[in-house]
Design a protein around this ligand. Structure first.
Ligand SMILES: NC(=O)c1ccc[n+]([C@@H]2O[C@H](COP(=O)([O-])OP(=O)(O)OC[C@H]3O[C@@H](n4cnc5c(N)ncnc54)[C@H](OP(=O)(O)O)[C@@H]3O)[C@@H](O)[C@H]2O)c1
Length: 253
């Protein structure tokens, strides 16, 4: 049987890179990034050492594809490149997002038009463009499409009002896509809490301490633990659809 192919956007650091590590034994991976080539290559060098669970011997196992997912034509090209390199597409983890850290409780800080535009570009429209470009390929394989939302999209909180509202829109968009694209394509979303990736660390010590204190367990989930403790990923890749905006995390972004 042909080995399945997954595309992970924003896949070279933080949550995306950890998803790549979890999928690497079973899947061939197209790993997207936009800026940091050296970091992207270091991840592929690491993944190349992971034994494959299949003996298909298909090449390439892992391929980096540079594309800014905030650019519609780049998203279309990303899908074309993935399919031309791998010959099929079974799973997309649409993981890229954008924010600018503000004081959530200060309405004046929520009035920056550019923040709203960029949040909606990366946190909403990029997922829509990706699904539209990938739909025929995912239909062919009866594949899965997963968006990364946030606890901030479930509860008004996090790095900014624009981010929180746009992540709520990610969840609603995902439900809409599930409605439109089922039954051939399974569509789901995950909503992590604060994770100490480069992104999470950009919040600064004060916000991180506050977010930690607000959790029931008085500690934040690590990216490794959030995925390890997640047969959820396996479930989403195989049987469910309809986006249960799962609050996987314990923090609030
Ligand atoms: N960390 C948290 O606390 C947290 C909580 C809830 C939800 N989330 C969500 O989780 C997702 C991933 O966050 P993270 O914490 O893993 O971030 P991260 O550690 O900062 O990683 C960001 C990734 O995005 C890539 N990237 C940056 N700009 C891009 C663009 N324009 N197009 C494509 N890729 C781009 C980066 O590669 P290059 O720099 O090389 O481009 C890198 O691979 C986001 O959707 C975020 O909203 C994060």
């Amino acid at each position: 049987m042909a080995q399945k192919v997954a595309l992970i956007t924003a896949g070279t650091a933080g949550l995306g890179a950890q998803i790549a590590r979890v999928l690497a034994p079973d899947f061939r991976l197209a790993i997207n990034y936009a800026n940091n080539q050296a970091r992207a290559q270091a991840l592929v060098d690491e993944l190349d050492k992971v034994p494959s669970t299949t003996s298909s011997g298909h090449s390439p196992r892992f391929e980096l594809i540079r594309a800014d997912v905030g650019d519609r034509s780049a998203v279309q090209q990303l899908i074309k490149d993935t399919v031309s390199k791998f010959g099929r597409l079974d799973v997309i983890v649409s993981n890229a997002g954008w924010t600018r850290v503000t004081n959530f409780n200060d309405l004046d800080e929520a009035m920056e038009d550019a923040d709203w535009d960029k949040c909606f570009l990366y946190n909403v429209k990029s997922h829509l463009w990706l699904m539209h470009a990938a739909k025929p390929h995912l239909e062919e394989t009866e594949g899965a499409f997963i968006t990364t939302a946030s606890v901030a999209g479930v509860k008004p909180s996090g790095s900014s009002l624009a981010y929180s509202v746009s992540k709520a829109a990610t969840i609603h968009l995902t439900k809409g896509l599930a409605t439109i694209c089922s039954p051939k394509i399974r569509v789901n979303s995950v909503s992590p809490g604060l994770l100490l990736t480069d992104w999470g660390l950009s919040f600064g010590p004060e916000k991180i301490e506050k977010a930690t204190a607000a959790t029931k367990l008085k500690r934040l989930a690590t990216v490794e633990a959030s995925l390890q403790s997640f047969p959820f990923w396996q479930v989403m890749l195989t049987i469910t659809t309809g986006c249960r905006g799962s609050s996987a995390g314990t923090g609030d972004d």
